[in-house]
Design a protein around this ligand. Structure first.
Ligand code: SAM
Length: 186
């Protein structure tokens, strides 16, 4: 399956439910790039509306691809090649449409339960037989604003622990989601 990943920073909810643009972090970018590379993701888009923040992301990519980082840590270099900075989800959709000739299906993720959530196993099966590109959408802050969630054709069921507490970092959530959807099964 042609599967891409996008880390979104706007429109995001903050703790008070206000719509904000969160800051791009170098930690998220390189950690998610390594998970994306491990699980065979085609492209890892990092979306931010601020040109300054996208420039920061590009500087990170260059550092690990050409700078000291490339020689010091070649596996990090390989993971960072998957990273593409974009303005928003629409730019990522357009890039995939140009590359594949098909409009990608959006898979939203969230810790919050809700109607029409798709299970991991069902989605894993669908992805294995689908000839359609898909993008998994990951949020930051306190999760994606409704207008972003509503754009998705698929909303993945939350990862749940045994209890009520459910505050995973996007890095932890991404690795769990990709493992459940893409891991090789012996
Ligand atoms: N409660 C927020 C939420 O809506 O998920 C937490 C946001 S968390 C810091 C950032 C992102 O990690 C979320 O937008 C989602 O993509 C992912 N995430 C966090 N916890 C998750 C969970 N339990 N199940 C699925 N995705 C999760």
């Amino acid at each position: 399956v042609d599967l891409s990943l996008i880390l979104l920073h706007h429109p995001m909810h903050d703790r008070d439910g206000k719509t904000v643009a969160t800051s791009l972090t170098l930690n998220d970018t390189q950690d998610l790039a390594r998970s994306a590379c491990t699980f065979g993701i085609h492209t890892f888009y990092v979306a931010h509306p601020s040109a300054m923040q996208r420039k920061l992301g590009r500087r990170l990519k260059i550092h690990w691809q050409e700078g000291f980082g490339a020689t010091y840590n070649p596996s990090r270099k390989e993971a960072l090649t998957l990273v593409e900075l974009v303005h928003d989800i629409d730019e990522a959709i357009l890039k995939i449409e140009l590359r594949t000739g098909k409009r990608p299906k959006l898979i939203a993720t969230s810790a919050k339960a809700g109607a029409l959530r798709v299970g991991f196993e069902a989605l894993r099966q669908d992805l294995q037989t689908s000839d359609h590109p898909h993008i998994i959408m990951l949020g930051t802050g306190s999760g994606m604003a409704p207008e972003l969630l509503e754009r998705a054709q698929i909303i993945l069921e939350p990862i749940y622990g045994p209890g009520e507490y459910n505050h995973l970092s996007v890095r932890a959530a991404c690795a769990i989601i990709l493992d459940r959807l893409c891991a090789r099964r012996s």
